[in-house]
Design a protein around this ligand. Structure first.
Ligand SMILES: NC(=O)c1ccc[n+]([C@@H]2O[C@H](COP(=O)([O-])OP(=O)(O)OC[C@H]3O[C@@H](n4cnc5c(N)ncnc54)[C@H](O)[C@@H]3O)[C@@H](O)[C@H]2O)c1
Length: 220
């Protein structure tokens, strides 16, 4: 079953990387099976939600046995395209961009920042964590050469929209937007916003109004 043929709810899809990471740890520890209760405790998602999530892709745990770790892991690897390396571009190598470059996602999955862009002459032509930083003037050309269709945006907010327009023309399909700018994109493009200030405010709000245990239910 591939990610193209399988349509699962978005809320479920968002939890898959979480499940995947935990299952990988279990697998390395030599565990063969896992119960939904154990999973629930580890990933902090209630077990009814886990059972429902897993039922979408036909992994029905057996009572008293739980789920087969190998089966789930190979399923997730395929669904999340972990067998292939997905190359990603980083636009803006400042404080946040540098932190992301140093981290570079490889510990958890096969997504990697392969190239970076900036306008700062002092950075252009240098490499950081093995990734070359190119001038923005060369962005379209380099993206096409490398066949990259995902970009992480870590530039100052006022530049975010014009860069997004260029990325759209360069056939980029997905943007992980760390800037506070709300982006307008064509229908063929998907943007995920990561706004740390909003996340923090929302955590404070949920703690205040719902306490600690009900948070996951509300996210559903
Ligand atoms: N630093 C954080 O912890 C943090 C957290 C959340 C969100 N953000 C957001 O991420 C973005 C970047 O923040 P930062 O702290 O890394 O800023 P920064 O000023 O350290 O870095 C911005 C980088 O973008 C480059 N740049 C500027 N204009 C550009 C352009 N037109 N094209 C390409 N590159 C360009 C700069 O040369 C610089 O390297 C901002 O929108 C900020 O609001 C930052």
């Amino acid at each position: 079953m591939s990610s193209e043929t399988l349509k699962i709810p978005q809320a479920t899809a968002k939890r898959l990387p979480l499940y995947y990471r935990f299952l990988k740890n279990l697998h390395s520890a030599g565990k063969l099976r896992v119960s939904s209760a154990e999973l629930s405790e580890a990933v902090k998602v209630d077990s009814a939600t886990i059972r429902r999530d897993f039922s979408y892709f036909g992994a029905l745990g057996k009572k008293g046995y739980g789920y087969n770790v190998d089966y789930l892991l190979s399923f997730f690897r395929k669904t999340l395209d972990q067998d292939e390396l997905t190359k990603v571009a980083l636009v803006g190598v400042g404080n946040l961009g540098t932190a992301l470059l140093n981290y570079n996602f490889l510990k958890n999955n096969n997504t990697k920042i392969s190239v970076a862009f900036d306008i700062d002459e002092a950075k252009i032509g240098s490499t950081m964590s093995g990734v070359t930083i190119y001038h923005m003037d060369d962005m379209e050309k380099v993206l096409e050469e490398l066949g990259i269709s995902i970009a992480i945006l870590t530039v100052p907010a006022p530049y975010a929209q014009s860069i997004t327009d260029r990325l759209a023309k360069a056939n980029v399909k997905g943007i992980l937007n760390f800037t506070p700018a709300r982006l307008t994109v064509p229908a063929t493009m998907r943007v995920h916003h990561i706004d740390l200030a909003v996340e923090l405010q929302s955590l404070v709000y949920f703690l205040k109004h719902y306490g600690v245990n009900e948070v996951e239910e509300i996210e559903e």
